[in-house]
Ligand binder design. Structure first.
Ligand SMILES: [Mg+2]
Length: 435
C-alpha cells in the first residue's frame, strides 16, 4: 500500500480502543490501521492493516465462520472481542500464504445493526495485530451492489486497492463457508450460498474452509438457490403478438400518423424507460412519467396536453392496477374519441427486475441506486393482468432482453441476489453444479 493511499484513507481513522486492548494485541509503534467508508452511499467499509503490497496472487476470505467464529458459541459475536480462530491452524496457514506472495483480503457481509458494525470495525485491527500480517478488509454494510454475492467489494479491491497489479484469477483463491452445502455429518447445512456465488461471479477458484485449511477433497454436494440470471431466455421476440408493430407505420409517406397514447404496465426495472428511449423518444413521443411529474393528475394533464397538440405520448409508469389504467382510458375515450390508446405490458418477473436494479447500481459510474425491495413487492402485489375487457385498443407483451456488449452481458449474468438469502424450506434450488 503506497503512502499516498494510506494518507488518502486516513479521513476517518478507526482506531482500536487502546485501553481495551489486551497487551498481546497491542501493535508495535503507531497503530498501522486505517479505514474509511466507500461508495456513493458509504455502504462499503474498507480497512487496511499494515502496508499490503499489490500482488497478482490473492487469498480472499470470508470472515465469520471461515477465519473466525464467536468464542461464546453464539450465532453472532457479542462484541469485537468475541472471536477465536475457526481452527488453530488458521493463523499459521495465513502466514504461510503471505510468505508465498498472496495478498490477504477479507470480504464480509455486515448489514447488521450499527452497534454490530462498529464492533466489526474494531475487530479487524485486533485480527491484524494478532496475525501480524498486512491485510485489507471490506464489509458490505447494506443491501446493495456491495453485498455478496454481488461483486462490489471484490471489484473495488481489484480496481483501486491492489496497487494497479492485475489479479491472476487462476492463481487466486476465495474461501468461504456460505457454500450451499446440505446437512452433513457433524455439520449443520450452510446458512447460505453467497460465498460460492460471489466466487463464481468473478471466476475465482472457490474453496470451503474445510477444503482450504484441512485440505479435504472438494465436496461436489452443493446447491445454489434463487433465480439464476444465466437461465433468462433473451431469444424471445421483443413484443408479442408480433402482428401489431411496436410503432404504427403510415400507409404512405403522405399520410400523417394520428397521435396515440401508449400506457406501459411493468415493474420498476423491467426495462420500460429503456424501451421508451430506444424506440419512442426518437419517434417524437412525449414521455409522461410520475417520478418526474410527481402526481397522477399531472400525468393525466400531460396526456391531455400531448393529444391536444397532436403529439403521441407514452405513460411510463408502473400502472399495476386496472383502476389506474382506467383513468387514462376514460380520459381518451371521453375527450379524444377515435384516438388509439394501447397497453404495452412488460412481463419481467420480480427476481429479474430486482436483478436489473442491482446490476444498474453495480455498473461503474452509474448514479442509480438500488431500489428498495418494497418497490417491487408493491408492484407485484397490486398487479392485475391487463385484460381485453378493459377496453384498450390492444395489449402487447414486452419480453425483457438484455442489451449491451458481451462483457456487459457477462456482468449482467452474475448472481446479484443480495436481498435473498436461502429461503426457508427452499426445497430444491437451481444451479447445482452448473456454474
Ligand atoms: Mg461466513
Amino acid at each position: 500500500m503506497s503512502k499516498r493511499r494510506l494518507n488518502e484513507s486516513s479521513s476517518a481513522p478507526q482506531q482500536p480502543p487502546a485501553k481495551k486492548l489486551a497487551s498481546i494485541f497491542a501493535p508495535r509503534g503507531s497503530t498501522p490501521f486505517k479505514s474509511r467508508k466507500l461508495g456513493p452511499k458509504q455502504t462499503c467499509w474498507h480497512g487496511v492493516w499494515g502496508e499490503p503490497k499489490g500482488s497478482s496472487k490473492v487469498l480472499a476470505l470470508d470472515l465469520d465462520g471461515t477465519v473466525v467464529v464467536p468464542k461464546t458459541g453464539k450465532k453472532f459475536p457479542e462484541d469485537e472481542f468475541d472471536w477465536k480462530w475457526w481452527d488453530a491452524s488458521v493463523p499459521g496457514k495465513l502466514k504461510q500464504m503471505h510468505k508465498d506472495g498472496y495478498s490477504l483480503v477479507l470480504i464480509s457481509n455486515q448489514a447488521g445493526k450499527p452497534k454490530q458494525q462498529e464492533a466489526f470495525f474494531r475487530k479487524i485491527p485486533l485480527l491484524g495485530a494478532a496475525l501480524d500480517l498486512p491485510l485489507q478488509a471490506f464489509a458490505a454494510l447494506g443491501y446493495d451492489q456491495y453485498r455478496k454475492p454481488g461483486t462490489g467489494m471484490w471489484d473495488l479491491f481489484v480496481e483501486d486497492f491492489n496497487e494497479g497489479v492485475e489479479v491472476d484469477l487462476e492463481q487466486s483463491i476465495y474461501v468461504g463457508d456460505a457454500a450451499g452445502r446440505p446437512l452433513r455429518t457433524g455439520h449443520k447445512e450452510d446458512h447460505s450460498d453467497t460465498d460460492r456465488k460471489m466466487a463464481l461471479n468473478v471466476s475465482l477458484p472457490f474453496l470451503t474452509p474445510e477444503e482450504f485449511f484441512f485440505k479435504e477433497p472438494n465436496d461436489p454436494n452443493w446447491t445454489l438457490y434463487g433465480w439464476d440470471p444465466k437461465t433468462h431466455d433473451h431469444s424471445l421476440p421483443l413484443f408479442l403478438p408480433t402482428n401489431i408493430p411496436l410503432l404504427p407505420r403510415p400507409f404512405s409517406e403522405f399520410e400523417a400518423l394520428k397521435p396515440e397514447v401508449v400506457v406501459f404496465v411493468g415493474s420498476p426495472a423491467s426495462g420500460k424507460t429503456s424501451l421508451f428511449t430506444k424506440y419512442f423518444a426518437p419517434a417524437g413521443y412525449v414521455h409522461v412519467n410520475q417520478d418526474t411529474l410527481k402526481s397522477r393528475p399531472k400525468c393525466l394533464t400531460a396526456v391531455r396536453d400531448a393529444i391536444t397538440s397532436s403529439q403521441s405520448c407514452v405513460v411510463d409508469n408502473t400502472s399495476p392496477k386496472r383502476a389506474i389504467r382506467k383513468e387514462y382510458l376514460d380520459l381518451v375515450r371521453k375527450e379524444f374519441p377515435g384516438t388509439t390508446i394501447r397497453i404495452l405490458h412488460f412481463t419481467a418477473h420480480k427476481d429479474l427486475c430486482v436483478h436489473n436494479s442491482l446490476y444498474r447500481a453495480a455498473t461503474r459510474g452509474s448514479q442509480r441506486e438500488v431500489l428498495p425491495i418494497i418497490a417491487f413487492s408493491s408492484y407485484f402485489s397490486n398487479f392485475e393482468e391487463p385484460k381485453d375487457e378493459e377496453g384498450f385498443d390492444s395489449i402487447q407483451k414486452i419480453n425483457f432482453k438484455f442489451e449491451g456488449s458481451d462483457e456487459e452481458k457477462q456482468r449482467w449474468q452474475r448472481w446479484h441476489d443480495c436481498f435473498f438469502q436461502k429461503p426457508k424450506n427452499a426445497g430444491k434450488g437451481t444451479g447445482k453444479g452448473t456454474r
